[in-house]
Design a protein around this ligand. Sequence first.
Ligand code: CP
Ligand code: NVA
Length: 305
Amino acid sequence: MAARHFLTLNDLTINELSDLLDHASFLRREWQAGKVRNSLGNRVLAMIFEKSSTRTRVSFEAGMSQLGGSALFLSPRDTQLGRGEPIEDSARVISSMVDAVMIRTFAHDKVDRFAKVSQVPVINALTDDFHPCQLLADLQTYREHRGNIAGATVTWVGDGNNMCNSYINAARLFGFHLNVACPQGYAPDSGLLDTHQDCVTVFDDPREAARGANLIVTDVWASMGQEQEADARRKIFTPYQVNPALMDLAATDALFMHCLPAHRGEEISDEMLDHPGSVVWDEAENRLHAQKALLEFLILGKLEQ
Ligand code: CP
Ligand code: NVA
């Protein structure tokens, strides 16, 4: 049977995603209670990182260990991937030796090409276009704090980047409405917007977009790979800072999320991570639990308590 991959949220059905998020919350409770789990005993995850990471690396590596397996950190600096070995050749070899592969890279096409050849599940751990693992953690966190997100209004403020694109996919799958507030020229992918007109509205003014929202989300103004644009973007994005005044326009019990790392004084004001609506630390921790559920689902083909 062909391996299932997780390259965007659309690779799973809404029922599978929903079960996976329930399982992630179960794993969180089980882990907090100190229960030992060996569901992935002797299984190995290869982790290919062509961009930096704290949360993604720690959560996947710790997650595999906590499930009885292990993880290999592979960087282009010390593998043949960085010396021009074709991605398909690397995929054939690596996937013949491990049980799953996680990739963080630039062009999304690279994870598609790897997955086409891979014998084992491939997980997108961030590309220039999508960050679906972060969405699993965000959606788990929303459910744990507020219940079902269907029918809610979510407001994305800032750059129409990989995180924003994944929120667009989530809006359709999970049945919420996404308001996107971004400067002109920084809107999300136009093809994605065209196919999601029923569940996404784009605004210039973050205040209009934030009105009545149940969740406000933002991210860095310059993503990895855009470092040279950081100064120019800082000027353009200044009106798009998330701060308590913006939160005041949202619903009274609105949550705030940020995938981290955050830049205080840029996309968020100094106090935002400690705002009463902020759930950023649960959101970060849930990377661990959501990905453990994902690894069990993809490697074992089922979710079992
Ligand atoms: N949110 C996130 O993916 O963080 P890292 O870049 O630290 O992995
Ligand atoms: N949009 C950011 C997310 C970092 C987790 C980036 O791609 O750098």
